[in-house]
Each structure stands twice: as C-alpha cells, then as structure tokens.
Design a protein around this ligand. Structure first.
Ligand code: NAD
Length: 246
C-alpha cells in the first residue's frame, strides 16, 4: 500500500459522534474534510492547508452542487477513500417531548428528510466518481430508532433513519460492482448533545450493558468499516447499543 494519506469526507463534524470520528481518523493518519452547519470548534482544528472544514446547511438541497464543487476543489481532483454521512437532526417538541404523527407537519417532514436522508443520497451520487477512483467506502449513521419505536425519537427522525438503512442497502447493491462498499452503523444511546432527559432510566431498563455508549466507541466502528479490515462487508447495518436491540 502507498504512504499517501487516505481521505475522508464526513458530515456533521462539529460535535458528538462526528467530532470523535474526525479525531480518530486523524490519529490514524487520514486527511479529513468535514461539513457541518457550524464553524468547526477550535480544539478540532488540524494542520494541513488544503484540508479542512466546509460550512454548509445540508437541508438546502439546492446548495448541494456548490458544496460538491467545493469538496472537489479541496481534494484537488484526487480520490475519496471514505464518505461518512453522520449529520443528523432529531427535532423535539416543547420541553423535549416526542413529535408524533399528529405533531409533524409537511415542513417538519421535509426538513428532517432533507438533512437525514436525501442529502446523503445526493452527496453519494455526486461523489461516486471520486469514491470509485479510491475503491472507497460509505458509512451512513442510522439509529436504533429506525428499526423500532423509540420513546424519545420523533416520527420523522425514525422514518428518515429507516429510509437511510434502506438507502445503505441500495448503495451496496448499486455501487458494489463499481468497487465502492456501503454500510450503516446504528447507534443506541450515545453520550452526546442529542440525548433526551429520561435517557438514564431507558438505559437502566433496556440496555444489557447498563451504560451509555461513548462517541469514541462509535467512531471505532466507523473507522473499521472504512478500512481494509472490513473489505468484504457490504450492505451491513451494525448495532452499537450495548445490546439494546435484543
Ligand atoms: P449532534 O447533534 O451532536 O451532531 C450532529 C451533527 O450534525 C452536528 O455536527 C451538526 O452540525 C450536524 N448537522 C445537523 N444538521 C445539519 C445541517 N442541516 N447541515 C449540516 N450539518 C448538520 O449529534 P450526534 O449524537 O453526534 O449525532 C450524530 C449522528 O448519530 C446523527 O445522525 C444522529 O441521528 C445519530 N445518532 C445519535 C445517537 C445518540 O445517542 N447520540 C443515537 C442514534 C443515532
């Protein structure tokens, strides 16, 4: 294998799981380009002039071609070894309440689906040539809420994550013959800002390992799925939830 660093594009990098993933990949010698709504926090900055952070709102699908142009510029026409679609939103009602079908209007559906699902499909579609050039890997971050009703996850969030799991299988089927693998990771209750009050009780009652997961533990699996060690894994969805799904 050559000594040229491998390249990662990751969405939703400013905090939580994305932030931990950036750090882990960098520790492993990857060059990392990130996309999120916010400016990147100081402690996450890294050396490397051509690489860095792009501030963009993935809800704005019309702006995606501009984002893709900027990505291409930053990687200077080079290959992309991994695309991690991690950005996600989980809107809550007043006082952190769950948004059910009755509380979710057309606008709210569109916003959640654009960020959590449709932007992922469009980004992968646009960057397929760069991924193909690297025989790269895609990792989509789904959720335990995509496969069962979750007490804190809203209906649009849950449907978006179920859709993302399905999209992952479609990617695996369509891109596999072109040498690009696609897998999903489905976190349970991970210690980040997205958690709801009441999670401690849920963990006590439903997670066999009896604790929250750490963002770093999720990052390790993402890294595995982007590495040669997982070369024959395609179309999988890996649960990272301490056994909550059983
Ligand atoms: P987080 O809220 O800390 O991070 C979400 C990231 O997405 C942020 O960097 C934010 O800037 C970015 N983002 C949100 N909307 C965006 C937009 N419109 N445009 C660009 N970027 C945007 O949450 P997290 O817990 O680190 O979540 C990361 C992923 O993991 C999400 O997809 C989430 O659904 C999923 N997840 C998290 C948990 C958990 O317990 N924390 C559980 C299951 C799934």
């Amino acid at each position: 294998m050559s000594d040229t660093p491998r390249t990662l594009l990751l969405t939703g990098a400013s905090r939580g799981i994305g932030h931990a993933t950036v750090k882990l990949f960098q520790e492993n010698g990857w060059r990392v380009l990130t996309v999120s709504r916010h400016a990147f926090s100081e402690e996450c900055r890294w050396p490397g002039a051509r690489w860095g952070h792009i501030q963009a709102d993935l809800a704005d699908l019309d702006a995606l071609p501009r984002l893709v142009d900027e990505v291409r510029e930053r990687i200077a026409g080079g290959p992309l070894h991994a695309l991690v679609n991690n950005a996600g939103i989980s809107p809550k009602g007043p006082g952190g309440t769950r948004l059910g079908v009755a509380q979710t209007d057309a606008r709210a559906w569109t916003h959640v689906l654009n960020v959590n699902l449709i932007s992922t499909a469009l980004l992968a579609r646009a960057l397929l040539p760069e991924l193909e050039a690297a025989r790269g890997a895609i990792v989509n971050v789904t959720s335990i809420a995509g496969s069962r009703v979750h007490p804190f996850a809203g209906v649009a969030y849950a449907a978006s994550k179920a859709g993302l799991a399905s999209l992952t299988r479609e990617f695996a089927h369509e891109f596999g013959p072109r040498g690009v693998r696609a897998n999903a990771i489905a976190p349970g209750e991970i210690r980040t800002a997205i958690l709801s009050p009441g999670t401690d009780d849920l963990v006590r009652d439903n997670v066999p390992l009896g604790r929250l997961g750490e963002a770093r533990e999720v990052a390790e699996t993402i890294h595995f799925l982007c590495s040669e060690a997982s070369a024959y894994i395609n179309g999988a969805e890996i649960h990272i939830n301490g056994g909550q799904h059983v």
